[in-house]
Design a protein around this ligand. Sequence first.
Ligand SMILES: C[S@@+](CC[C@H](N)C(=O)[O-])C[C@H]1O[C@@H](n2cnc3c(N)ncnc32)[C@H](O)[C@@H]1O
Length: 369
Amino acid sequence: MHLTVGRVAGLAGVSVRTLHHYDEIGLVQPSARTAAGYRAYSAGDVERLREVLAYRRLGFGLREIVDLVDDPTTDAVAHLHRLRGLLLEQRDRAAAMVTAIDRELEARAMGIRTTPEEQLKVFGAQLYEAIGSAYPATRRTEPRIAARIWDALGDARTVLNVGAGTGSYEPPDRDVTAVEPSAVMRALRPAGAAPCVAAAAESLPFEDQSFDAALAFSTVHHWHDPIAGLRELRRVARRVVVFTHDASDTGWRHRFWLTRDYLPEVAGLVAGRPSVDQLARAIGARLEPVLIPWDCADGFFEAYWRRPEAYLEEQVRRAISVWTRVGPEAEQRAVRTLRDDLSSGRWAERNRELDALDAAELGLRLLVA
Ligand SMILES: C[S@@+](CC[C@H](N)C(=O)[O-])C[C@H]1O[C@@H](n2cnc3c(N)ncnc32)[C@H](O)[C@@H]1O
């Protein structure tokens, strides 16, 4: 038995236009047509629509939903399990947000001003629930940095990638297990990526020494307790490789024009975080500087140091957590000032020496223990 597009729209609570659009982009295509050429939906089509709408309500973009519902390894029951898990996580997040709002209301009643970061109440994995879907647009493997990481992993055969995100630095020739607390980031992992466990660095669900090596790339600064997290990596693996920036070093913030001239608020974000030396000491690691190539392929915060126009692009900023963490006011001011300075030639005048550099030392470090 088939249903007309109007009937399906009515039942699903969406417009006929939405269903036409889903059909045009191949998301939910009715499997039949009536004799008069109208769309006719089968029970299977309706089931697929239900999955699509559920993912949509959870905040996934249409492109991601295509990958999710077309995943050949996932049947209807698996989808229901996945949706149920995501909804429970959403319920927990909503409860946490109510608590955060109550706290802010209390603080305001007492006349205490909260920082943009406190207002957002989006730390660590929660932050990635909010911004994660923008990540894949510009965040990808930078081969020169990947080569350093894979080299530091030595002859490790089994690798645990903690705070794995979409897995940009997972070595293709080893047996990788990923750990990622954000459901949004887990859902963005490409088909065929290493298996991923929902957990946080501070409490890893693995026995002591279960892996040859543990990797943490560009994630430690999001952890609630970085030292506890690194000790967990140390506990479960014989070797630990970490790529992070030096939160305590004011040197790079003065060297990097973006933080020095446009976004001084970054100092507030890193205040109180352990220094890279403290992190290294906690696990007995050696430190190596990592220079950032001028054409770095992975769009992290420092990546565009010689390509300032990139920071004017919304999609570049949305894939860099700092821009969300400083709050919209600071972001808009920084972008406006940078745009003005680029068009007046002021930026070029101030940063003339960068043209001669192919790589920059901006406080990024490899820790190897
Ligand atoms: C900047 S992304 C890096 C992702 C990936 N390592 C990469 O390089 O593409 C930071 C990741 O750390 C994760 N994260 C946040 N808090 C975490 C925690 N406590 N333990 C493990 N991962 C965490 C976030 O959900 C996010 O996916």
